[in-house]
Design a protein around this ligand. Structure first.
Ligand code: URA
Length: 209
C-alpha cells in the first residue's frame, strides 16, 4: 500500500494557513503555492542518491557529494498543477516536465484525456505528479493510468491538500504510489470541495471564477 506523508515543516504549515485564507488574493496565492511546492520538493528529494566527487577549492581538494544522475520528471495535472511547477523547478532545474490534461465527460462524469505529453525516456524517470488538491482522486488516478500506459514505472503524487476520500481511492487504484501532502483535511462536501480546504485552487491561482 502506498504510504501517505504529511509534511509538518513549520514553513509549509505557516504558508498553507495564508493560502487557505479566503482574503488571500491571486498574486499572493500563486506565490504561496510555488513556495510550498518548493519546500515540499526539498523534503521529497531527501532520499536522492549521492555520489562522491573531488572538488578543488581555492585552499585544498575537498571530498564532496553530488546527486548521482537520477532522472526526475514533474507532471502537473492541468490546470491547477501548473501552479506548483516553478517552485519545484527552482530546486530541481534539471527535471523534465510532462503535462497531463483531463476533462470530465458530462455524461459519464469520467475524466478523459485531452492533452498528454511526457518525456521520451518515460520508462527511466522517477515522476512526481503534482496537483494542489486531491479531492475525489478521479483526475490523479486517471493521470497516473495515462502515464502508466505510456511506460511510466516510478510515480509519486504530491498535493497540497487532500480529502481522506481521495487518498483512499488513490491507494486502491494505484497501491504502489506514495502520496505527499501539506495537509490531510476532514472530508469532501456535497459539491466535491475539500473541507476546510482552500476553495477552487485553479480559480484562485489564475484569477478566474
Ligand atoms: N478542486 C479544488 O480546486 N478544490 C477542492 O476543494 C476540490 C477540488
Amino acid at each position: 500500500m502506498g504510504k501517505v506523508y504529511v509534511f509538518d515543516h513549520p514553513l509549509i504549515q505557516h504558508k498553507l494557513s495564508y493560502l487557505r485564507n479566503e482574503k488571500t488574493g491571486t498574486k499572493e496565492f500563486r506565490e504561496l503555492t510555488n513556495e510550498i511546492a518548493g519546500l515540499m520538493a526539498f523534503e521529497i528529494t531527501r532520499e536522492l542518491p549521492l555520489e562522491d566527487v573531488k572538488v578543488q577549492t581555492p585552499v585544498a581538494e575537498a571530498d564532496c557529494k553530488t546527486i548521482s544522475g537520477k532522472k526526475l520528471g514533474i507532471v502537473p495535472i492541468l490546470r491547477a498543477g501548473l501552479g506548483m511547477v516553478d517552485g519545484m523547478m527552482d530546486l530541481i532545474p534539471a527535471a523534465k516536465i510532462g503535462h497531463v490534461g483531463l476533462y470530465r465527460d458530462p455524461e459519464t462524469l469520467q475524466p478523459v484525456e485531452y492533452y498528454v505529453k511526457l518525456p521520451s525516456d518515460t520508462g527511466e524517470r522517477d515522476f512526481i505528479v503534482v496537483d494542489p488538491m486531491l479531492a475525489t482522486g478521479g483526475s490523479a488516478i486517471e493521470a497516473i493510468n495515462v502515464m502508466k500506459k505510456r511506460g511510466a514505472k516510478n510515480i509519486r503524487l504530491m498535493c497540497l491538500v487532500a480529502a481522506p476520500e481521495g487518498v483512499e481511492a488513490m491507494q486502491e487504484a494505484h497501491p504502489e504510489v506514495d502520496i505527499y501532502l501539506a495537509s490531510l483535511d476532514e472530508k469532501l462536501n456535497e459539491k466535491g470541495y475539500i473541507v476546510p480546504g482552500l476553495g477552487d485552487a485553479g480559480d484562485r491561482l489564475f484569477g478566474t471564477k
